[in-house]
Design a protein around this ligand. Structure first.
Ligand SMILES: [Cu+2]
Length: 254
């Protein structure tokens, strides 16, 4: 290809990348942050937005340039020249996206590894999803509740269960999301996760796996207490876990 203004095209790509990134970074996509994972997830999203803006800009600039440069002039009915291809171009459009994907994968790995680090003082909570309600058991306190109560700055170790179909645990302000799968626990399904809330207040646990007609109503209050003492006062008023849990007939005998 002769006479392609590479430098000017590169300049356009950089300019469009900057403009697109700035516009796309303005909205607060994920909303309020209320766990130690939230800023890490949000920063990962920002990096993904900038890399996506770059890919978008390369495609748009090359598309615009090609349409302008190789458009058919009025009255031109001739065929284009036969082309074999362009090895340099093909290497570039394979290598650059591969590098972008590998960089994002490595960065995501680091963030996920960091989020999954467990603390020794974590509070275990067993979360059960069923059509269409959540319930919570606290093995350390031997209580059960239909609200999720936790303590600010204390890690929560959540173990998920589902009694009927797939459900999914999501507190948007915490950013973490994990499926509750029938058959877990003990089935080898990855059904637990940790999260450290770092803002006291009341939030909402949302089921984010379409689980039936009542899916949209499958929510539960999440209360993050300022102190452990406040949590203990709440815990003292809750029902104890009954010794024999009523199980559906299909429950495994193992
Ligand atoms: Cu659901």
């Amino acid at each position: 290809m002769q006479g392609v203004p590479y430098l000017r095209l590169l300049g356009l790509v950089v300019a469009l990348t900057v403009v697109t990134s700035v516009i796309m970074l303005i909205p607060d996509w994920n909303g309020e942050q209320a766990s130690t994972a939230a800023p890490k997830i949000d920063q990962l999203l920002d990096v993904a937005i900038i890399l996506s803006s770059f890919v978008f800009s390369v495609v748009m600039v090359m598309l615009g340039y090609s349409i302008h440069r190789w458009r058919a002039r009025p009255g031109d009915e001739s065929d284009g020249a036969p082309l074999h291809g362009n090895t340099r171009l093909e290497i570039a459009w394979t290598a650059i996206p591969t590098a972008i994907v590998l960089i994002l994968a490595a960065y995501s790995w680091i963030v996920l590894d960091d989020m999954e680090a467990t603390a020794s003082n974590a509070m275990p909570v067993e979360v059960t999803g069923q059509q269409y309600a959540w319930s919570f058991e606290y093995p350390d306190e031997n209580i059960q509740a239909d609200e999720l109560h936790v303590v600010k700055d204390r890690q929560v170790a959540v173990e998920m269960r589902a009694l009927d179909v797939l459900h999914s645990f999501w507190v948007p302000e915490w950013r973490v999301k994990r499926d509750a799968v029938p058959g877990a626990p003990g089935s080898g399904i990855d059904d637990d996760f940790v999260v450290t809330p770092d803002r006291a207040g009341t939030f909402t646990l949302v089921c984010t796996e379409l689980c039936g007609l009542g899916h949209a109503t499958m929510r539960a209050p999440v209360v993050v207490h300022e102190t452990q003492a406040e949590f203990d006062r709440w815990a003292a008023e809750q029902e104890p876990i009954p010794p024999e849990q009523p199980q559906p007939a299909a429950a495994s005998s193992a």
